[in-house]
Unconditional design. Structure first.
Length: 190
């Protein structure tokens, strides 16, 4: 904060926003380092990096759950981003299984995406509809790519990204962590 304020003065509100953003960046980078270190130790670093890319592509329009506490986020993220690839690597799937699991995930995404948060509600109906369509289309594309690409190490990561996003938009995940779901409704009723 001292470095940032050296060259420009900010209002107290701007300083609070900067502080919040820097804390978020610091916590995200710290968690990513811990998860990457675990992935390196387990031998799935490459898979983790690919999964993070695939997941972020589908997460962008689908939004979804964010933990309130940093340690909850770290534990939940580590379990999902390391556990799911390990599980899927241990039990290879057939093309039919890709279609079934990916299809179930796509249905969940079509029903529940995009899922907003208290801090980032999505009150605009048109934007929610566009994001729902985009998330569903990306999910379908991932299933098609998993069937077309002849690389088992990549194929299961497409399906894993769909599963992860389906978990993140699911109301049960919000309920499990005691968070409100469909936060945009508060703006529509106001």
């Amino acid at each position: 904060m001292k470095f940032i304020t050296t060259y420009k003065s900010y209002t107290e509100e701007e300083m609070e926003k900067l502080r919040y953003g820097l804390e978020g960046l610091y916590l995200s980078i710290t968690k990513l380092i811990v998860i990457c270190a675990i992935a390196i130790l387990i031998g799935i670093f490459k898979e983790l990096m690919i999964l993070i890319v695939f997941f972020n592509i589908i997460r962008f329009p689908g939004f979804g759950f964010h933990a309130n506490k940093s340690y909850e986020c770290l534990i939940f993220s580590a379990l999902l981003f390391i556990g799911l690839p390990l599980l899927m690597r241990a039990f290879p799937l057939s093309n039919l299984a890709y279609v079934i699991i990916g299809g179930i995930g796509t249905v969940i995404l079509a029903i529940y995406a995009p899922a907003d948060t208290v801090k980032r509600p999505l009150p605009n109906v048109k934007k929610r509809k566009i994001r729902k369509i985009a998330t569903t289309c990306i999910s379908i594309l991932y299933i098609v790519l998993a069937l077309l690409i002849n690389n088992t190490n990549i194929n299961y990561l497409f399906i894993a990204a769909i599963i992860l996003e389906a978990i993140m938009v699911n109301p049960l995940t919000y309920k499990l962590f005691g968070q409100p779901y469909r936060n945009y409704l508060a703006y529509q009723q106001a």
